[in-house]
Design a protein around this ligand. Structure first.
Ligand code: ATP
Ligand code: SF4
Ligand code: MG
Length: 380
């Protein structure tokens, strides 16, 4: 069985020192953005339809995901953004079939038209890591500290392909090359602790793409890394996406990470999608106050907004006892009576841009939607 398509090697990297393998300064300048990437096609790879996930607990039912729908097209990068606890990871674990048995899952998740929620565990495992791969936030929890990197990468190949071990190791070396790990042949024998955090995350990317997946789910892949390394890893992810022709679900709590990285962005709040649009539209024309609040809390690239940075006040609601109406209403500066009684559905606000808000028109009229989150003293 073939492991092709063949994958090009990257340009040569400078030789490393003997210390932990770390990123090279040269790569910082090899910036790659979505504009350099191959565009998405119309082919739908993954379709999530009205997904709900609940966890019965002693304190009550945790309504972690409450009707999530989206489609992911071939080669598309979809950003999923939201504060901690908004249901980002639970929804992606549902795709991977990794939720605990106690989870009550409803709705539909289709991979190339095939329903994943009705697959048997064995069928799920066959798909996982091969057609749909996941990169987690902390590589150390996914890598085995007492096994060499080469062993672990080869094992990922052998789990899905009947090939000689030698061939699996050759594939592992090719992948390390591709993700920019210098002296790949030698590094196959190294252990995870011999790599820096950024390089370990590169190994995780290598692991994710080693079987040519169609979908890569990256759940906060760079949160633990410093800003420079973060940018390098994201660029590398965009590069390898094109090499293996995969689509990416990029999950993050930081809207700043999505800029220049995702074709479309879906914002989640309290288990629900509250805004979905082309990423530029989310940034420049937000139609849901929560999105505007998130935007107001990230530094602007030109530094202009820095002086007025403001986190959204209050905290997300309990998923066991959600407030009536719009779950964002206790924190929303635009809330009115209707917001406190009726939860708005996701509706089209133009050009495929969808938002769940009774007053999205007010944001459309505002010169700067983030200004709603400033105190009167700071001015609007
Ligand atoms: N096994 C479980 N049992 C009960 N509740 C759970 C379980 N797993 C997750 N939850 C709850 O589901 C909600 C959604 O969690 P999830 O991990 O998806 O959040 P997230 O958006 O990924 O947040 P973060 O940014 O912190 O990673 C949270 O309130 C979480 O406590
Ligand atoms: S529906 Fe009301 S409370 Fe909810 S986000 Fe819109 S304005 Fe705010
Ligand atoms: Mg998470």
């Amino acid at each position: 069985m073939s492991l092709t398509p063949p994958i090009k090697s990257p340009s040569a990297s400078p030789p490393p020192g003997e210390a932990a393998v770390t990123e090279t300064a040269e790569e910082v300048h090899a910036a790659r953005t979505l504009a350099d990437a191959r565009p998405p096609t119309d082919e739908e790879i993954l379709t999530v339809d009205d997904l709900t996930v609940e966890f019965p607990t002693d304190d009550g039912v945790v309504r972690a995901v409450r009707g999530l729908s989206y489609t992911l097209r071939s080669r598309e990068v979809l950003g999923i953004v939201g504060e901690s606890g908004s249901g980002k990871s639970v929804s992606s674990m549902a795709i991977m079939g990794l939720l605990p048995r106690t989870a009550r899952i409803r709705g539909s998740i289709r991979y190339r038209g095939q329903e994943l929620l009705s697959l048997r565990p064995k069928e799920q495992r066959a798909l996982r890591g091969r057609k749909i791969a996941m990169i987690f936030q902390d590589p150390m929890t996914s890598l085995n500290p007492v096994r060499s990197i080469g062993d672990q990468l080869a094992e990922a190949v052998l789990a899905h392909h009947l090939v000689p071990r030698r061939q699996a190791l050759a594939r592992a070396r090719e992948m390390l090359d591709l993700v920019g790990i210098p002296q790949a042949e030698r590094r196959l024998k190294a252990y995870p602790h011999e790599f820096s955090g950024g390089m370990r995350q590169r190994v995780m990317i290598a692991m994710a793409i080693i079987n040519n997946p169609d979908v890569i789910i990256a759940d906060e892949p760079t949160t633990a890394l410093d800003v420079t390394v973060q940018a390098q890893i994201l660029e590398k992810l965009l590069e390898v996406k094109d090499e293996v022709n995969a689509a990416i679900l990029m999950i993050t709590h930081d809207l700043g990470v999505i800029a220049g990285m995702a074709h479309r962005t879906l914002v989640m709040y309290a288990g629900k999608p509250v805004e979905v649009a082309a990423t530029d539209d989310v940034f420049y024309e937000p139609r849901m106050p929560y999105t505007a609040g998130l935007l107001g809390s990230i530094p602007a690239l030109d530094g202009e907004r820095d002086a007025r940075l403001r986190p959204i006040g209050g905290s997300p609601p309990s998923l066991i006892s959600l407030p009536p109406g719009c779950p964002f209403s206790p924190r929303c500066p635009l809330a009115t009576d209707v917001c406190r009684t009726e939860e708005p559905g996701l509706t089209d606000v133009g050009d495929g841009h969808r938002a769940a808000c009774h007053h999205s028109g007010r944001l459309a009229e505002a010169e700067d939607a983030t200004a709603f989150f400033r105190t009167p003293k700071e001015g609007r």
